[in-house]
Design a protein around this ligand. Structure first.
Ligand code: NAP
Length: 277
């Protein structure tokens, strides 16, 4: 099985729900200005065009930036995914996508994985991975595919640390990429007394303590923000270190409960959500 050799920054910038194109351009440019070098978009977010524009307008060498996108479920199956890759490239106005993921493990994801592998060989994509895959679904991709997924992008934060999945993917050499890294701004998580205490000790915000926990847990985190101060602050986590004891205490907060729950009705609608050309 071939491994991805892609370099992945430890913190990326997520653009989920930044639907206003101007706001997306502004936020991505602010992120690039602050030093982020990985932008996480998706066909389903409706902002690939804005992400492409922001990167071009930033003046930063395209080769320095990892652009991650995702194939949506309605474009699954070998041939449809081949077309969807071209559609994303067209919208981004780019020749290659650095990391392309299968957004959800629904439908013919194995056919789509084959199209992704061919896109790597053809040079349209540098690295490939998956999102929201369980251990058994990952095992299926590993058994049937030729390229090891670079990442599995899943909901992960201190209330849902994904210990079992992480043990499996660590063993395989797959990175965990954390979506909802700060719980989508969940109030309870952001007011957790332990984080307030640690924030005080290190002169950092709760969000910075959580992002540092991700970093020390070897999770790649992709926080989203449209607030320039938050964007900058979320990257300022490399000048302090949580002790082993503090990491262990944070570990006890794990409820093994995601905030986001899918169900058959949601899956039904996911399959029908078409991505415009
Ligand atoms: N693969 C998947 O299925 C999947 C699913 C969901 C998300 N994702 C990816 O993961 C990324 C992150 O997830 P997310 O955007 O849903 O949640 P998130 O990054 O955990 O949280 C974003 C929320 O936190 C707030 N925030 C950010 N920095 C802050 C700070 N320093 N202080 C206080 N509040 C702060 C933001 O508000 P402000 O804008 O006001 O700062 C926003 O409301 C997405 O953008 C997307 O790229 C992937």
């Amino acid at each position: 099985m071939q491994k991805n050799t892609l370099f992945l920054p430890e913190i990326g910038f997520g653009v989920y729900q930044i639907v206003n194109q101007e706001e997306c351009i502004r936020s991505v440019k602010a992120a690039l200005d602050s030093g982020y070098r990985m932008i996480d978009t998706a066909a389903a977010y409706g902002n690939e065009v804005a992400v492409g524009k922001a990167i071009r307008q930033s003046g930063i060498d395209r080769n320095e930036i990892n652009v991650t996108s995702k194939i949506w479920v309605s474009d699954y199956g070998y041939e449809k995914t081949q077309k969807a890759i071209d559609k994303s490239l067209r919208k981004l106005k780019m020749e290659t996508i650095d990391l392309l993921l299968l957004h959800q493990p629904i439908g013919d994801y194995l056919g789509s994985w084959r199209a992704l592998e061919e896109a790597v060989v053809g040079g349209k994509v540098k690295g490939i991975g998956v999102s929201n895959f369980t251990i058994s679904q990952l095992q299926e991709v590993i058994d049937r595919g030729n390229i090891l997924p670079a990442v599995n992008q899943v909901e992960c934060h201190p209330y849902h640390a994904q210990k079992e999945l992480k043990a499996f993917i660590d063993q395989q050499g797959i990175r965990l990429e954390a979506w909802y890294p700060i719980g989508h701004g969940n109030k309870k998580l952001l007011n957790e007394p332990l984080f307030l205490e640690l924030g005080k000790k290190y002169g950092k915000s709760v969000v910075q303590v959580i992002l540092r926990w991700h970093y020390q847990s070897k999770n790649i985190a992709i926080p989203k923000s449209t607030n320039p101060e938050h964007i900058k602050a979320n990257l300022a986590i490399f000048d302090f270190e949580l002790t082993n004891d503090e990491m262990q205490k944070i570990g006890t907060l794990d409820k093994n409960q995601p905030f986001f729950k899918t169900n058959p009705v949601m899956n039904f609608f996911m399959k029908r959500m078409k991505i415009p050309e």
